[in-house]
Design a protein around this ligand. Structure first.
Ligand code: ATP
Ligand code: MG
Length: 417
C-alpha cells in the first residue's frame, strides 16, 4: 500500500523552506520592533472555543472544522485560526494584569476542511498578531502600517488595502433588521446554506462565496450607512490615520469577514497576482470577545497573514537562493579520513556549511559528489600535503586550485563566504 499525505495537506520541502524562513524572519524582526512578542498556543483546543467565538453559522464552524472526540469522549478541534486561542490564553493566564497594550504574534499551522485548490489547503499556515487593551483606531492603523512595512520588506507590491466597519452591539441590530427585510424578498434565489443563515444570522449571507448568491446580493444595504455616532467617528478617525501615514485604501462595504467576533474595523489585503484566492491577509477589531469568554472588558484587534499565498508571491518576484554546502572536505591516503573529520569539525565550528564523504570513497568519487552538491570550495586532505601541514584547495566555479595552511584557508573562506 502506498501511503500518501492527506488531501489538502502538503509537505514543505527543503528546496523551498528558505523562502518560509525568509518570510518568518522578516515577520519576527518587524513585529518585535513594534513590541509584539511571540505566543505559542496548542494546535488542539476544546471545540467549543471556536464554536462560541467564530460563530455557529460561519463557514468555518459549519463545514470546515476538524472536530472529533478524544479518548475520553471530549469534543476537541484542530484550530482553524489563531485569535480564539490567543484570547483564551490571555484570559487563562491573566495576562490582562500586565500593562496595556499586550501585543502578541504567532505563526503556525491552521486546519480547515475546505476544497483544496491553488492557494487553499486543509493544513495551511498563518502569521498573525493580536493587540489587547486599547480601543482607539490608532491600533488598527498601526496594524495596517506594520502589514505595509512587512510586505515592503518582502518586496511585494501592488496590494489593495480594503477596509470596512461592522459597527457594534448598539448599531449592528438595526442594520441586521434592514438587511433581513431586503433579503426576505430575495431568499428564494439564495443557496440552501444562505436560506438557513438568513434567519439566524443574515450578515453571514453577505460572506457567501456561491456565485449565484453574490449576484443576487449586488445591491444590499451597506452597514456603514447604519453606524452609530461612536462607530462612525471611530471609522472616520481610522481613515484619517491611514491618510496621515499615506496608506492608500478603499472602503469596501461588502467586507463582512467569515468570523462573527469582529466589531467596528475590518480589513482585507488583496493582490491581483494570485487569481481567485486573492486575500493575503485579513483582520479587524473584536472589542467584545475577551469579555464574552469571561475576561474583563478588553478592546482588541488583530490580523492574520496567509503564509502559502505570501510564499507564492515571493517565488514570483524574488530569487531567494537556497542554502547549499559551502565547503566539501575530501581525503586521500593513509589515515587521512580521521584528519578530514577533524577539519570538518573545525570548519563547522567556524560557521561554514560543510559536507564530507561518510564512507570510504575514491578521491574521484568524492570530487564528483562535491560537484553535484554545487559547493563553492573543496579542501582535500592528502597525505603528502598533510606532512607539510598543508591542504589542497579547489575553487569550483573558477576552477582554480592551490595549497595553503589552515589559517590561510580560513581567511580565504571567510572572504568568500
Ligand atoms: P478566504 O476568503 O480566502 O477563504 P478567509 O476569510 O477564510 O479567507 P481568514 O480566516 O481571514 O481567511 O484567514 C486569513 C488569511 O489566511 C486569508 O487571507 C488567507 O490568506 C489565509 N487562508 C485562509 N484560509 C486558507 C486556506 N484554506 N488555505 C490557505 N490559506 C488560507
Ligand atoms: Mg475561508
Amino acid at each position: 500500500m502506498k501511503l500518501n499525505s492527506l488531501r489538502g495537506m502538503q509537505d514543505i520541502l527543503p528546496e523551498e523552506i528558505h523562502i518560509w524562513h525568509y518570510i518568518e524572519k522578516n515577520a519576527r524582526e518587524l513585529f518585535e520592533i513594534y513590541n509584539f512578542r511571540e505566543i505559542r498556543t496548542p494546535l488542539l483546543e476544546q471545540a467549543e472555543l471556536f464554536l462560541r467565538s467564530i460563530g455557529e453559522d460561519t463557514d468555518i464552524v459549519e463545514k470546515e472544522m476538524y472536530v472529533f472526540n478524544d479518548k475520553k469522549g471530549r469534543k476537541v478541534a484542530l484550530r482553524p485560526e489563531g485569535t480564539a486561542s490567543v484570547v483564551r490564553a490571555y484570559i487563562q493566564n491573566s495576562l490582562f494584569n500586565n500593562p496595556s497594550p499586550q501585543k502578541f504574534y504567532y505563526m503556525g499551522p491552521m486546519f480547515r476542511y475546505e476544497r483544496p485548490q491553488k492557494g487553499r489547503f486543509r493544513q495551511f499556515h498563518q502569521i498573525g498578531v493580536e493587540s489587547f487593551g486599547i480601543s482607539t483606531p490608532t491600533v488598527e492603523a498601526e496594524l495596517i502600517l506594520m502589514l505595509k512595512q512587512f510586505f515592503e520588506r518582502l518586496n511585494i507590491k501592488d496590494l489593495n488595502y480594503e477596509i470596512n466597519s461592522l459597527g457594534c452591539k448598539k448599531c449592528r441590530p438595526s442594520y441586521r433588521d434592514n438587511l433581513f427585510i431586503y433579503l426576505n424578498e430575495k431568499v428564494a434565489n439564495l443557496c440552501n446554506d444562505c436560506q438557513r443563515r438568513f434567519t439566524r444570522n443574515p450578515l453571514r449571507v453577505l460572506d457567501c462565496k456561491a456565485p449565484n448568491c453574490k449576484n443576487t446580493l449586488k445591491d444590499t444595504p451597506f452597514i456603514i450607512d447604519f453606524l452609530c455616532d461612536d462607530c462612525r467617528m471611530h471609522f472616520l478617525s481610522f481613515q484619517k490615520e491611514l491618510e496621515l501615514m499615506k496608506i492608500k485604501y478603499v472602503v469596501n462595504p461588502k467586507i463582512v469577514r467569515g468570523l462573527d467576533y469582529y466589531t467596528r474595523t475590518v480589513f482585507e489585503i488583496t493582490t491581483t497576482m494570485l487569481g481567485a484566492q486573492n486575500a493575503v491577509a485579513a483582520g479587524g477589531r473584536y472589542d467584545d470577545l475577551v469579555e464574552s469568554f469571561g475576561g474583563p472588558k478588553t478592546p482588541a484587534a488583530g490580523f492574520a497573514i496567509g503564509m502559502e499565498r505570501v510564499v507564492e508571491l515571493c517565488k514570483e518576484i524574488t530569487e531567494i537562493e537556497p542554502k547549499r554546502p559551502f565547503v566539501y572536505v575530501a581525503f586521500a591516503g593513509q589515515g587521512m579520513e580521521g584528519e578530514a573529520k577533524k577539519l570538518v569539525n573545525m570548519l563547522r565550528k567556524n560557521g561554514f556549511i560543510t559536507e564530507t564523504a561518510y564512507e570510504n570513497l575514491s578521491l574521484k568519487n568524492q570530487l564528483k559528489r562535491a560537484d553535484k552538491l554545487k559547493v563553492e570550495w573543496v579542501i582535500i586532505v592528502g597525505e603528502e600535503e598533510f606532512k607539510k601541514s598543508m591542504y589542497k584547495w579547489k575553487r569550483m566555479k573558477e576552477g582554480t586550485q592551490g595549497e595553503a595552511r589552515i589559517e590561510e584557508i580560513l581567511k580565504i573562506l571567510r572572504e568568500g563566504n
